[in-house]
Design a protein. Sequence first.
Length: 232
Amino acid sequence: MDVGTEPVPRFAVGEGYAVYRGPVTDSAFHRHAAFQIAIAVRGEVVMVDAVETRHRAVALVVPPMTRHRMLAAERLLTFFVEPHCVFADRLRERCGDGVAAVPALRGLREEDIGRAGVRTSGRLDPRLVEALDTLRNRSVPMPELAAAVGLSPQRLRALARDQVGMPLTRWRVWARLRRAAEALRAGRSPADAAITAGFADQAHLTRWMREMMGLTPAAVLPLLRGHSRRAT
């Protein structure tokens, strides 16, 4: 569906991605463990990077671990694309290390990412891909994880930094956020979802969701459960 015609706010987690459609407020600086694609439903997206440069375009892409903040927008379509899927390979080809304007993505649809999100990257070391997939599904101590993919812990950490630009500790948090979102969608309370996903408590979950997605459990809960109101 065209980004300019869908009236209903939405938040969902799919294979290899998450998507949010709705209003955003001015955010604090934060960093994602995934690529962010922010698309304006009307007008332009505006972001500020770590050196206070303002970026404005119909579609902006933010690589993993790039510090930035969003400026308020009435309606925004945002995709979070996990770095070890095929779609992330395409983003790496288009973008550098910082926030980039990519107007060609203006018409991007959720199904476009979904088809590529289920396929693993052909550019990353397959041992790193296996490790990321493992952590997405369950929490595994680093020595056990490294041994399972045939690497030393030091080499696995280095691969993560070199190829996806982030420490594996950040990816662990992202994986927990996915599990928390799935628990919320299944009907668990925010407090129960936090514990189920491996966070210390609901406040801990809220801090990390704001830090890594610019959202909060309170904002996404009604959208996950399909109780969103029609946008005005």
